[in-house]
Design a protein around this ligand. Structure first.
Ligand code: MG
Length: 243
């Protein structure tokens, strides 16, 4: 049977609209692990230092203007009025180290408590959240690939202490038609404990709906300014090694 001449214009049904709760699951809540005495790591000699406490010169706002987060005492803090920041430089596969802390007196619950995130290549969010005695949907807790894969365990430190992320990321390879040939993969250690082990990233980390496949090249590291009303979180000691 011949294809209709207008096959390109054929209309297919649109998917049913989704709500946020349709991609959130709460069980089984993750086992709490008390981390060891991993505190900080100075950058190795071949690393690109993205933030060492002196300035924000490696960062910019999403519109390309100067990074407008607060810098004080060697620590940078989210400015929720200004928005997310990203590195000026773009990266493919990498090893990333960063440290972050929630305010000691942080308030709020579930997703509205210390919510931030680190976006790999500007596309894929590894969640940052105060998950210390704070339950939420497990694929949105600290160490999750947001709305995809929950962490293996919960080694979160309490508010006021510094948490350490070490993220080893393999960039995706795309086919010409824009689909993945190889999806991105990520290993994440939180406070020295593996929470993602060579996990396949399924696509973009959407708040509503399924992961999307969007063809891209190298991208920035983006740190999220989240709109939740809790006090802003802080970062220090950020470095990256290209792989
Ligand atoms: Mg977030």
């Amino acid at each position: 049977m011949a294809l209709p001449a207008n096959a390109q214009e054929k209309k297919y049904p649109e998917p049913e609209p989704m709500k946020p709760g349709m991609s959130e699951y709460w069980t089984p809540q993750r086992k709490v692990v008390t981390p060891g005495n991993i505190q900080t790591q100075s950058a190795p000699s071949d690393a690109i230092v993205l933030f060492d406490g002196t300035d924000l010169s490696k960062w910019e706002m999403e519109d390309g203007t100067a990074a407008a987060w607060t810098l004080k005492d060697g620590v940078m803090t989210v400015n929720k009025q200004k928005g997310s920041i990203r590195t000026k430089e773009k990266f493919g596969s990498f090893q990333l180290h960063l440290e972050w802390s929630n305010p000691k007196d942080i308030e709020g619950s579930s997703q509205a408590r210390g919510n931030s995130g680190v976006y790999l290549q500007g596309m894929y969010e590894i969640q940052i959240l105060d998950s210390y005695n704070n339950e939420t949907y497990i694929n949105g807790m600290v160490g999750s690939i947001y709305k995809q894969t929950p962490p293996l365990v919960n080694p979160m430190r309490k508010p006021g202490e510094w948490n350490v992320y070490d993220i080893i990321y393999t960039a995706p390879v795309f086919k010409e038609d824009g689909d993945y040939l190889y999806r991105p993969r990520v290993t994440v250690l939180l406070n020295g404990v593996v929470v993602q082990c060579n996990t396949e990233i399924l696509g973009t980390t959407e708040y509503i709906g399924f992961p999307k496949t969007i063809k891209h090249g190298d991208g920035p590291i983006l740190l999220q300014s989240h709109g939740d009303p809790s006090q802003p979180i802080s970062f220090r000691n950020i470095w990256i090694r290209k792989l």
